[in-house]
Design a protein around this ligand. Sequence first.
Ligand code: GDP
Ligand code: MG
Length: 708
Amino acid sequence: MEFRLALAGNPNCGKTTLFNAVTGSAQYVGNWPGVTVEKKEGRFSKGGMDITLVDLPGIYSLSPYTPEEIVSRKYLTEECPDLIINIVDATNLERNLYLTTQLAELGRPMIIALNMIDRLKKRGKEIDIKRLEDELGIPVCPISAAKEAGIEDLLHRSIHILHDVAHSENEKIEKGFFKNRAEELHDELHRIHDGLNETEDVYFPIVKSFYEWEINSAIEGIEGVICDNPKAKNNLRFSAVKLFEDDFITKDTLKLDKNSQNLVEEILKSVPENENIDRQMMIADSRYKFICRIVNDVESQKKGFEETISDKIDKLLTHRVLAIPMFFLIIFAIFGITFGSFGSMLTDLVDKLINQDFAGFLREALLSVNTKPWAVSLLCDGMLAGVGAVVSFLPQIALLFFFLSILEDSGYMSRAAFIMDGPLRKVGLTGRSFMPMLMGFGCTVPAVLGTRILENERDKKLTVFLIPFMSCSAKMPVYALFISAFFEENKPLIIFTIYVLGILLGILSGFILKKTVLKGEESTFVMELPEYSLPTLKNLFIHVWERLKDFLLKAGTVLLAASVVIWFLQSFDTSLHMTDNPQTSILAAIGILIAPVFAPLGFGNWQSSVALLSGIVAKETVVSTFGILFSAADEATRVLAVQGLFSSPLAAFSFIVFVLLYTPCIAAVAAIHKELGGAKWTVLSILWQIAIAWLVSFLVFNIGGLIL
Ligand code: GDP
Ligand code: MG
């Protein structure tokens, strides 16, 4: 038998940190609200018990408006976990307790893990735990998930509560509340009962009322009406409060008969009306009053503590005028390190290892055992040249993600979203779209899927449209190759220009879409800013590794397959004879056919045409194709070959602009299709991208030509 514990709490209160600490797993911990949209499960054993721990998405309340709320509420009300561990951020007691008062009404056994105690201490604050327990009627266990302190105690007490619930013969169980499960638990706990010696200080949860008496008596009245309803039995208080609030989901689930409906109506009529606020607000208001009183009672501030360092840094980084320049400065610095001499040096190192040393060794080895020439060609000039050309950029990709993770984990990204809220509003979005857009710099696929966190359908569509404009990391090898070939002197500047160009065009597209097909209301944006904190090495490692894993997987599958296909098309002519002359190959025939389309953009050669075509499979294949086309195993030869192909740096720049902007890869198109939910929008999005790409490259090449 298994016990199910659910972690519930506000975004960013430390659920995933606790989850990882307890289950020993490595979920990504984000210093960002909304990182966990799906619930995650982990298993562990404690005192002979098998426990399943569920990490629910972060929520502020149980009203079903956001996807996070829907997932969490569904789980808590329908799956009935044996115990709710409500994580409360001790440094934000007031806001966090709002959810607590709602969870408490679900009628499940519950314990509060009062997290971030370390941070609270640093600020010179204290919370009276005993008093908090008494006022809420819920056991409270102080912990620090990040420092792994207090967790043992939390688990120990959790098990005790399960034990007590099973033993307890109180009224609730007699009513059938939780009865079957309690009996099961009882038997199981009886069998285990290790380390469960009686302790005094275990506090058994009791149902308290958080409301003023008029509201309270109405709620109790409603409870009386619905107490026999099978759907309400398990969470009577919660259902009654929801009916009081006119919550449509609860009305739907309970399916009250006419008579009960009338009774409820009668009770609600007796509640003194207030013209300014509806009943939902009456409840919220009543709860906040209750919470304010508690917080006042339990919280105290030691004297002599002032502004924290975090506050000081914050003032600077969110400064009214300096914030945006600082943001770009930081990003520029990151590009400087990643694409500048340090990053290139690492790439050269890997390149030498794979594409010179290993490639040379492989060729010799194959020849020495008399391998057929076509097989040597397939392995060396096809597979290795194609995949190796891309894999050499691994260090730079790792570097970029290393820095981005630092920004995210430290809490800066949340500020950035806050700072960008203004500019994003200009295109009809809010700071909430910033995170998905930012993820787009990694890979369009998860970024597009991440738009689920947006509540508003229009915001979501608009964001999905904009994400492909954020240059994904797969395009990086293309830029890297081209800047080595043409822009050796000002690498970071060119890269920066490319990225900014993408962002600007994205914003411009958003603006146009907002004025045409995606008209609508602007939504509001509320976001809390998490505390700055030092990123942990473990977290950085998880983040970078996830990205590299995806990348390597792609290299081993899609890129490898694409390389074989390209090698084949390049090595055989149209009558399927092997050929040494690339000009007569099938690939050339295809390229020559489409090249005229690109001639006005400055790169009418057939080689770039096929490279772009292959890039639809995955953006890295653009580089693979050049690698195979010139049998250019190593970076230096590739650079020379590419230099020979483009008439001027301007033509080369026009090419990378096109790569930046044209249709995203197949996987991304699939993701876009999934999230936009319709062929019409998907096709629109693809056509939009191709049109913009062609137009902008055309302008770059032709206007640039006039100026230079
Ligand atoms: P979730 O959104 O609730 O899953 O929160 P996370 O587990 O992702 O944590 C949010 C942030 O709070 C991360 O930066 C954590 O490192 C940090 N954090 C979590 N627990 C603690 C704690 O006990 N003390 C401190 N100082 N930071 C914590
Ligand atoms: Mg989380």
